[in-house]
Every structure is written in structure tokens, then in C-alpha cells.
Design a protein around this ligand. Sequence first.
Ligand code: ADP
Ligand code: CIR
Length: 342
Amino acid sequence: MNYPKLPKECTSLLCKYLTPQVFDALKDKKTSNGFTLEQTINSGVKNIDSGIGVYAGDEESYMTFSALFDPIIKEYHGFDTSDTHQSNLNPDDLNAPNPDPKGEYIVSTRIRVGRNVDAMPLGPAISKEQRDEVEARVVEGLSTLKGELAGSYTPLLGMSKEVQESLIKDHFLFKEGDRFLDAVGLNRNWPEGRGIYHNSDKTFLVWVNEEDQLRIISMQQGGDIKEVFTRLVTAIKSIESEVTFAYNDHLGYITSCPTNLGTAMRASVHIALPKLAKDMDAFKTITDKYHLQIRGIHGEHSQSEGGVYDISNRRRLGITEVEAVQDMYDGVVALIEAEKAL
Ligand code: ADP
Ligand code: CIR
């Protein structure tokens, strides 16, 4: 493999950190699952508009290709190679009274974590047999959930297009055919091995074998962020008693995208900020101050509709889960104040 063509206008972290020297040092390396540098960078090479542009095929990728991953992790999370990661899932430590009890701004709240099964390759390097085994083990673990978390699993294979599209439109199900995931092999054998578990209210959901092997999700209408977090923590603990997840003391929970390492948590609100959105510089000054990311309302790489944005914590590694949600909460309070003042 030769050094890839990366156009000057490319702003991804891949383009920033894949220097010819780094490329030469890594180009012949592979992990014990056979994951190569070419696979690690293919998404960002094929999708020049990537924000990041790299994925890991297994936990080992983060070590084997550390000359590329470490500076990306440092820039995205502000996390150094000598730092350690710590978890705190105690809802009592979260200071988050509903910032919008009248429901004027916050449409809905969602908090998800990514998880992958210990001692399995991640999605980009997994075989079809291993992926099917992950699905079977996860579905068996989920079948033990009780009370509010009790629900059922629907495989994507055999789901009607109408049901699939309506679940996607209503923000419950992952999209199909994502080009960023496609280029790293995450869509191989689609739709086999993929599916969604949810309770009857769709306040608790688990995505199986999308970007990560599990995406554990708690969501509901309105701005009761603490309630959403508390439900998620109960679910994580219950599932963790059935399935062991890939975790390491330095990088926390291991995920296929380096932006998700650590807590693997993205806490978001869909929030109407039509006035603030007319001044994107002022909007971004607040989101930068609170380490927030702005997305459109149909997920990453989508656009806002009607002045409603998806606002979430940007950092996930080197901070605890409580701090990740607190980042989002404090920022949302500041955004609502700014909107009110206009
Ligand atoms: P992820 O959160 O898994 O990183 P996406 O940005 O693709 O991925 O979002 C996944 C789905 O979750 C999308 O349909 C998105 O609209 C929905 N979503 C995210 N945040 C919220 C929210 N606060 N309320 C309702 N739906 C949400
Ligand atoms: C990109 O580089 O834009 C995509 N590969 C997505 C990166 C971040 N996404 C994520 O954490 N899910």
C-alpha cells in the first residue's frame, strides 16, 4: 500500500495525523485478528468529509497503530497516553433538575453507551460466525431483563421496510447503508446478525451489531435528564451481570470509533433554539465552552430541522459518566438562558 491521496482541503484528524512518517512506521503492521493500517484508515480515505476518519478492528488496534490513534485521542478527548480512565455511574452524583419543566425548549432526551463483547474482535474485523454468536449471546442476556426494562428483540432480517423506516424516522433505530461504516467493513453481511431490542414504551432500547456490538439506550420525551440516566445505569448493570464487555484501565470501554472510548457515552437533547441558531458564532461559543457537539436531528452528519438541534457531550474518555452527562446538562442550561435572552 502507498501513502493515500489526501486532498489539502481535508480537515479530518486522519488527514492531520497520518504523516508520511507515521504511515511508513505502520504500513506493514497488523493485529492478531489480521486488522491492517489500510483498514484502519479506509473510512477517512474514502470519505474525505470525515471528522475523524479512523476505526479500530479490535482492542489491539489501539496499541498496534498507537502512533496514529494516540494523537487523535489526545485531540478529541484531551486525553494523554499517561492518563487513566475512571467510571462513575452513580445518579446521586448528578446535579440535573429538569432545566425546562414547561417543555418549551427540550423535545426529548437520550443517553446511550457503546459496548463490545470481551475477547471478540470489534465489528470491523469480526467474522459472520462471530457476529452471529455475539447476537445470540446478547439476546440471551437481554431476555433476563425485568420490570421497566423487559422487552423483545426484533432481528433486522425479516423486518418490513415500513416498520424499519418508521423506527428510523422516530429516532429509535440505526440507519442503513452509512458510508463511513461501510468503508471499514461494518456493513458486511447486512442485515444478518443485526437487530433491535426495546421495551413497550421505547424508553429503553439496545441496538445489536451496528457500529458497536451493543448500543444501550435510554430515552424519553422532555428534559428529565436524571431519570433517563438512572434508567440507563440500571440497564447497564443488569446487562453487565450477563455479558462481559471489553474494558481496559487506560482506554475504558473499547469501541470501534476512537471518539467513543472511555465512557462510550453520548448524552443528548433535541432542543429548539431557533433564535440562537441565527447566530451560529454565538451558538458555537457556548457549545465549545461546555465541550458540546451540535448534530442535526436525524443523527450524525444530518441537518437541523425547524431550529431543533441534537446537543450532546463531546468528550467521553478521561471523564466519568456523571461528568459526561453534567457537561451536557450545564451546557443546555446555558443554551436555554441564551435563547431566552434573545
Ligand atoms: P449515536 O447517538 O448512536 O452516536 P446518531 O447521532 O446517529 O448516533 O443518533 C442515533 C439516533 O438517535 C438518531 O435517530 C437520532 O436522531 C436519535 N437521537 C439522538 N439524540 C436524541 C434525542 N435527544 N432525542 C431523540 N432522538 C435522539
Ligand atoms: C467521521 O469521521 O466523521 C465518522 N467516522 C464518524 C466519527 C465520529 N462518530 C462517532 O463517534 N460515532
